[in-house]
Write a protein that binds this ligand. Structure first.
Ligand code: ADP
Length: 257
């Protein structure tokens, strides 16, 4: 863990969690949820007790990417706390399991809903809570980072030069809040076809970011049809193909988290 958590500073629902890791991106559609879910299942495979909190209330992806038996969050009537649903031992909370689909809400309301869902959940003892952040660096993200004592952030981006600016924004937001960005995942960096490797979005901006901000780790995640298919089918790729290339990349990321 990059930062010690002092139990008395934590909102009560989070006191039994050792490490909270944010997976963040500045744009939608770059693979943030894919990384969050595969990272969580990799940590679980390494023997950790893990939860995923899908904070993307406008477009919750967790209900598509995992297939728990119960797709509804239940409330403990005595304590009025939320009982997470579970898939392959990983505890799951998403607005998409709250029975309301994606939200049409203004920012302050969204922050309230996120904070309530997150802090009134009975997470139990967890080694890691992986938070799939809403994309961007606006008020919702800032509020969330202020409520939750994050230990580390993993930033997901695509390799375009333009994304450099976005990544810088994300890193600056976390560093203002004293949260270290420990890794950048450059997603969709290449694909292999006909024995050749193609870089459809160019190369190099990831390593520029890593150097400029002193981020210790950079991971390249290739474009893979199976990654997309596994996301759609509710079984994360690291679970479907535990010996595959993607699983190996996530194991390396898991070690540095
Ligand atoms: P975000 O959370 O940033 O909006 P998602 O993780 O939901 O992005 O990914 C967007 C879409 O792209 C999903 O359909 C996902 O399966 C697909 N996808 C993400 N990363 C890859 C990849 N490396 N190869 C193939 N498809 C990918």
């Amino acid at each position: 863990p990059a930062r010690p958590i002092f139990a008395e500073q934590l909102p009560s629902g989070l006191q039994t969690i050792s490490n909270i890791v944010a997976v963040s991106s500045c744009k939608g559609g770059v693979g943030k949820s894919t990384v969050a879910v595969n990272l969580a299942y990799t940590l679980a495979d390494m023997g950790a007790r893990v939860g995923i909190f899908d904070a993307d209330v406008y477009g919750p992806s967790l209900p598509t990417m995992v297939s728990p038996e119960s797709r509804i969050l239940e409330m403990n009537p005595e304590t009025r706390t939320i009982i997470p649903t579970e898939y392959l031992g990983v505890k799951l909370v998403s607005f998409g399991f709250a029975g309301q689909g994606s939200a049409i809400m203004r920012g302050p309301m969204v922050s309230g809903v996120i904070n309530q869902l997150l802090t009134t959940t009975e997470w139990g003892e967890l080694d890691y809570l992986v938070i799939d952040m809403p994309p961007g660096t606006g008020d919702i993200q800032l509020t969330l980072c202020q409520v939750v004592p994050l230990n580390a952030a993993v930033i997901v981006t695509t390799p375009q030069k333009l994304s450099f600016i976005d990544v810088a924004k994300g890193v600056r937001m976390f560093s203002k809040l004293k949260v270290p960005s420990i890794a950048v995942v450059e997603n969709m960096c290449h694909f292999d076809a006909d024995g050749k490797r193609y870089y459809p979005f160019g190369r190099g901006s990831g390593s520029e970011v890593v150097q400029q901000f002193g981020i210790p780790h950079l991971f390249d995640l290739p474009i893979r049809p199976t990654l997309s298919a596994s996301g759609d089918s509710g079984t994360p790729e690291v679970v479907a193909d535990p010996q595959g290339e993607v699983a190996r990349i996530f194991q390396e990321l898991g070690v540095c988290v």
